[in-house]
Design a protein around this ligand. Structure first.
Ligand SMILES: *[C@@H]1O[C@H](CO)[C@@H](O)[C@H](O)[C@H]1NC(C)=O
Ligand SMILES: *[C@@H]1O[C@H](CO)[C@@H](O)[C@H](O)[C@H]1NC(C)=O
Length: 168
């Protein structure tokens, strides 16, 4: 009986560890399920792998955490999803020259390691979320050639004034 309980506890522990390890893969896969990908650029995105680090267009750091998503010129349609905000160590989110639509999720403002956010030339609409003012590491923000409305939020404007951020 005791050994059965031990086996059960080990199973629970192993399960929760693997779930934790692939939470970034799950976040990216949640995005993939919302995208149209006629050129099959996301074909290697296999959510059953232990992490997304071997997927094409994804780069991880030595701790197997995602630091780059490089999907410029990929002919993708669909939205950016709130789950992208779970990629805690993401530094580069590069999705220029696609057909992405909908608004920029507020959750992108959780990506405090983000250095470059390149959304240039898509079909994005809605306001620029003020949460982007939380992106203290950001040095390159390219939003032009979209259909975004509103003004540059004051929090983001403060980042620009502080120095290192280039906005296009
Ligand atoms: C992009 O996808 C569309 C189908 O949605 C296709 O007609 C077009 O040829 C593709 N463009 C490129 C450059 O691959
Ligand atoms: C762009 O996205 C829209 C809406 O998601 C879709 O209807 C349209 O076919 C897409 N255009 C191309 C060229 O892929």
């Amino acid at each position: 009986m005791a050994s059965q309980i031990l086996v059960f506890l080990l199973f629970v522990a192993a399960t929760s560890v693997s779930v934790h390890c692939n939470s970034e893969g799950d976040a990216l896969n949640a995005w993939r399920t919302k995208l149209m990908d006629p050129n099959n650029v996301l074909q290697s995105w296999d959510p059953t792998l232990v992490n997304p680090c071997t997927w094409f267009h994804i780069t991880c750091n030595s701790e197997n955490s995602v630091i780059r998503v490089d999907l410029g010129n990929a002919n993708l349609s669909g939205p950016l999803v709130p789950e992208l905000g779970q990629l805690a160590n993401l530094q580069y989110l590069v999705v220029f020259n696609n057909n992405l639509s909908g608004s920029i999720p507020t959750e992108i403002g959780s990506l405090t390691s983000l250095v470059s956010l390149n959304l240039h030339h898509n079909q994005l609409t809605g306001p620029i979320p003020s949460s982007l003012g939380n992106l203290v590491s950001l040095s390159f923000l390219k939003l032009n050639s979209n259909k975004l409305g509103g003004v540059i939020p004051s929090d983001l404007f403060l980042l620009i004034q502080r120095g290192n951020l280039i906005v296009m």
